[in-house]
Design a protein around this ligand. Structure first.
Ligand SMILES: [Zn+2]
Length: 398
């Protein structure tokens, strides 16, 4: 009888264990002759989809939602130059492995548990040439069919005449795309999410705004999906939050504001837009299906007014950011940021500071600074709407 009980409890705990979230706990990369071996430890057997993408060369591993318990976020050897991981969408986790050149996956297998070690996924990668790589690279059929731009449904009722202003706050990056990494290890995605939630709370307290967040958790969102959130919410203003990194010049610090322009105001602005636009590439999104939103002449016309308003708001932001802390010399600049391309929503992108600057990074990690920054942005938003009353039907009175 007693043994039966013990047996029942044992099977119960085994059954429960099997339902716990799988854990990815360790990762090793090593070079063996010309080949590179990549090993990932897993707490249980899971289905993993593996595929390769070109430009840049990378291997994508798709898991069911897993918990990441990796000690290190850096490992490289042979063809493997680095990796990123995180939530790609609810129920799906992703790891992206950067390759230094075209690499063919020669072996892919799951080793069963052995001693204290759990399951291990092993990939053997061998150098190949570009044409052979391209022949086998691409999205798996099932994924090519689904819309990877993932436009989340958000509750946004059509605006009534007396509605509050709608402000969309966009915390850059997230999930599998960490954004820039600070000298002391701060991830841009975490920093900007924290400022975004502080700003949301600050705006909501005024009672004047309906605030919509593009993301409020550590999840990946394509640039197109962010723009779609703003359009669907019929936003009056779109504010995208980022933190820059200039690895070559550790002394550069301070905040800057960016608005959309097809021609960049300077080389740094152009380079920055290029790196922020890489977000989808980094997370492994099929850009061939993204399409450019700005296509027709009509949109172009609507955008002229939008651009004026974006620039107006940017000019109100700069002095406020200055009150909150450091700003860069050319504090309002222009470049072709894909996330600012909603044709009918005035949009700005704020680079809050430089994660490559030790002082900026430590300041940005304090609650005091985050609160002051949120207050400053909120003040600029107040000023903007006070001076742009005519643009909104809610303000019938002069
Ligand atoms: Zn960024």
């Amino acid at each position: 009888m007693r043994w039966n009980w013990i047996f029942a409890l044992l099977s119960l705990s085994l059954a429960l264990g099997a339902h716990a979230q799988p854990v990815v706990s360790d990762l090793r990369v090593g070079q063996h002759g010309k080949n590179t071996r990549f090993v990932l430890n897993l707490s249980q057997k899971v289905d993993i989809e593996v595929f390769t993408l070109a430009d840049p060369y990378r291997i994508v591993l798709d898991f069911p939602e897993v918990a990441w318990q990796l000690d290190s976020t850096q490992a490289s050897a042979g063809l493997v130059k680095g990796f990123r991981f995180g939530l790609f969408r609810p129920g799906r986790s992703r790891m992206v492995i950067d390759l230094g050149g075209p690499g063919a996956i020669m072996n892919k297998f799951l080793l069963p548990p052995e001693g204290t070690r759990g399951y291990r996924l092993v990939l053997d990668i061998a150098p190949t040439d570009r044409s052979k790589y391209l022949a086998s690279a691409g999205w798996p059929e099932a994924q090519a069919a689904e819309d990877v731009s993932q436009e989340p449904e958000i509750a946004a009722a059509p605006k009534a005449a007396t509605a509050k202003r709608v402000v969309v706050i966009d915390a850059g990056h997230g999930g599998v795309d960490p954004g820039a990494t600070g000298v002391d290890g701060t991830f841009e995605k975490d920093l900007v999410l924290s400022v975004a939630t502080t700003l949301r709370d600050t705006l909501e307290r005024t009672g004047k705004y309906t605030v919509v967040m593009t993301r409020d958790s550590d999840i990946f969102l394509s640039l197109k999906a962010r723009v779609a959130v703003a359009r669907r919410a019929k936003a009056d203003l779109f504010v995208s939050l980022h933190a820059d990194s200039a690895p070559g010049s550790a002394s550069v610090r301070g905040a800057s504001v960016y608005t959309l322009s097809e021609t960049a105001s300077d080389r740094e602005a152009e380079a920055l837009a290029k790196s922020e636009n890489q977000s989808d590439v980094i997370a492994g999104v099929d850009l061939s299906k993204e399409g450019d939103i700005v296509t027709s002449i009509l949109i172009d016309l609507a955008q002229r007014e939008t651009k004026n308003n974006s620039a107006k708001f940017a000019q109100m932001l700069v002095p406020e950011l200055h009150r909150a802390g450091e700003v860069t010399q050319k504090s309002h600049r222009f470049a072709g940021f894909r996330v600012l391309k909603a044709p009918d929503v005035p949009s700005v992108l704020i680079e809050l500071g430089y994660l490559s600057n030790r002082l900026d990074e430590s300041v940005m990690n304090t609650n005091r600074w985050r609160k002051r920054m949120a207050d400053s942005i909120a003040r600029a938003i107040d000023t903007y709407f006070r001076q742009n009353k005519g643009d909104h039907k809610a303000d019938a009175n002069p």
